[in-house]
Design a protein around this ligand. Structure first.
Ligand code: MG
Length: 191
């Protein structure tokens, strides 16, 4: 009988891993967040207007409320959260078929984790691993070769041989980063 090494199913050093963020990279959650905010404050805002990472600097809301609305959206409105592009599952599968391991890595509060898993299943998004980070550990310490993320704070401490692709969002336009994409399909072409 062939050993896993002979059949090539063993994860070797040669297999590169792409780590992909969930919020605002796979799941366009801030569209629904903005809708939730608009309903509660009776003041219409859209995702486009969220031009800073630190939302309390642009809207009359506390950071505690920002996270509470976020948790509410994931727990009660997760079915409404669209992917960032219609063909997202195909884009991820293409990356995997190029020979990459797909690591979905998301930093979040514990109660929203099951809804994220259900969302990924609903949209048939392929993954080799799904990593939930609950503490303040930087994403850079995890095992991957390329990170795709929209948060400048997750990219700043990435050093070679690791690399990172910034996923464009209204709140990261001013961040100086050389490699940027608007979609996972565009990221797939860079890998
Ligand atoms: Mg994110």
């Amino acid at each position: 009988m062939a050993t896993p090494e002979e059949t090539g199913s063993r994860v070797t050093e040669a297999v590169k891993t792409v780590a992909i963020d969930v919020d605002s990279v796979l799941a366009d959650v801030m569209l629904v967040w903005a809708d939730e905010y608009s309903k509660r404050s009776r003041k219409k805002i859209t995702k486009k207007e969220i031009t800073r990472w630190d939302i309390p600097t642009i809207l009359p809301i506390t950071s505690d409320q920002v996270y509470r609305y976020f948790g509410h959206v994931w727990k009660h409105r997760w079915r409404e959260i669209p992917p960032t592009e219609p063909g997202i599952a195909d884009a991820i599968m293409h990356i995997h078929k190029k020979g990459y391991r797909i690591s979905i890595i998301t930093k979040r509060e514990r109660p929203t984790a099951p809804y994220v898993a259900m969302w990924l299943d609903k949209h048939r998004i392929y993954a080799d691993e799904l990593l939930f980070i609950y503490d303040a550990a930087p994403k850079a310490i995890y095992r991957f070769d390329v990170l795709i993320d929209d948060a400048p704070k997750n990219l700043v401490d990435i050093v070679a041989p690791k690399s990172a692709i910034l996923f464009n969002q209204p709140w990261n336009k001013d961040f100086d980063w050389p490699v940027r994409v608007d979609t996972m399909s565009a990221a797939e072409k860079l890998l």
